[in-house]
Design a protein around this ligand. Sequence first.
Ligand SMILES: [Zn+2]
Length: 290
Amino acid sequence: MYPRFNETDLAGAIEHAASLIEQADALIVAAGAGMGVDSGLPDFRGAEGFWRAYPALREAKMDFYKIASPRAFQESPELAWGFYGHRLSLYRDTVPHAGFELLKRWGDLKVHGLSVFTSNVDGQFQKAGFDPAQVYECHGSIHHLQCLASCKEDVWSADDFLPDVDQDRCWLRNRPPRCPHCGALARPNVLMFSDWAWVEQRSASQADRQEKWLSEVSRPVVIELGAGTAIPSVRHFSHRVIRKFGGRLIRINPGEWEMPTRLDVGLPMGALAGLKAISALFGMDVESSK
Ligand SMILES: [Zn+2]
């Protein structure tokens, strides 16, 4: 589908990416599911990949779209929390890959610093030491909770909840979290499928903060990582920044790396490999950046 890169093209594209980063006065990191893959996190695209990660859900005939829904919490809290509780523990235990540190260092060199737009709910940017005030999580965060019964537009931290999950059965063994206001079941504050009750106030205030920051920069560069076309929120964001704020785009994606204009750069690589290749041109020691 895409023309193939030869080695000379690739070297030229990496140089182009490095020069865009050097010329920018602000760095915007736009991350999709592919960003987590290099930290060892599962990517839920395709039913087979999903069921390999959660075999018990294959038996229950629950694909990602079914389990990631408010209805799953209404019908089977233990199963839904088995899935989300496992992910919550997984994301808490995951060590973000070295690419996060590289981005942070590049951002430190910019007049306006950096800002993150991510569709990932895994909290990996905060875990990697990014200032929470720099992050906009457009689909919410698994590290936060809300009421399943929508009694109040409230969002609170999930830190007090320690899920005990039977992984073979994808089943929560301990008590699920409850709403402190009405006592109903609590659910993760993430935007699910067929979800009309997601409390978006936390993400909305992150969005406002980022929009204000964007209005103050003049030469932003977007480094887009692992964001596919299947759930296009991140790509839409990248394109909007180019149109509205006059930025340029570096799209790092092993499969879907085509770029909107010839002034932008597509790198057919995984997130970590792409970031390392660019950083080699800056003479940064990646091994010590872990
Ligand atoms: Zn409630």
